[in-house]
Design a protein around this ligand. Structure first.
Ligand code: HEC
Length: 192
């Protein structure tokens, strides 16, 4: 009896995203001496963990950030911290703008909640818990307003696409929607 583990390692988020456990049992039928019959039972248990990073660390302080820079170096004009789109820098106050976050909550309910949970758990897309620690404000706002282009250029977005197998559709958000959604994500990540 042998036990084989295949763990797919997500280099972007430094975690195992899928674990395949294959239990391989070979039972030899010893009844006849002339012929050994092999009965093979394969039980495959596929444990698919939540899509996304469970123990989010800031992109700057993990080794994966370095790897991403390497990947992106094929296109030197691409900045993986900022993404691609109209947002270059975003003014983010230290404390929460509660009214803005509430506005974001409403947009979330209408346009995002069908695919994103507020926990770490994957629905169609990754859960939002910790998303503001995984990505910068410009990255998130560029991703949600310029989704298609980001999915063709950004290594982290592509890594999620590989896991989720669904391309996030463009949500036709205004700049204000994008900013309010970012504030709502900050609230969800515990900013007060
Ligand atoms: C039809 C399903 C769907 C809807 C609706 C949707 N998303 Fe997504 N989203 C995805 C998928 C799938 C991904 C993973 C990346 C990819 O493949 O596009 C994703 C990724 C993301 C990411 C990157 C998160 C990460 O951890 O990698 C952010 C941020 C995001 N979505 C924000 C939004 C916002 C904001 C809205 C609403 C305005 C929204 N999404 C609506 C499916 C959706």
């Amino acid at each position: 009896m042998s036990l084989i583990f295949f763990i797919r390692y997500d280099s972007t988020h430094k975690m195992a995203v899928k674990a395949w456990v294959i239990l391989y049992m070979q039972l030899f039928n010893q009844k006849t001496t002339t012929m050994k019959k092999t009965i093979t039972a394969i039980i495959v248990v596929a444990a698919m963990y939540a899509c996304g990073n469970q123990n989010g660390t800031a992109p700057a302080d993990n080794a994966a950030a370095g790897e991403e820079k390497k990947e992106a170096s094929t296109n030197p004009s691409y900045d993986p911290e900022r993404g691609e789109g109209k947002f270059k820098t975003v003014e983010v106050p230290a404390t929460l703008d509660a009214a803005l976050a509430e506005k974001g909550n409403k947009v979330y309910g209408v346009k995002c909640s069908s695919c994103h949970k507020l926990t770490e758990e994957k629905l169609v897309g990754p859960g939002w818990k910790g998303v503001t620690t995984r990505f910068t404000a410009p990255w998130i706002m560029n991703f949600i307003t310029n989704t298609d282009e980001m999915l063709t250029k950004d290594p982290k977005a592509q890594a999620q696409l590989e896991i989720c197998l669904v391309r996030m559709p463009n949500q036709n958000l205004s700049d204000d929607d994008a900013r309010s959604l970012y504030e709502f994500m900050r609230k969800n990540d515990g900013v007060k």
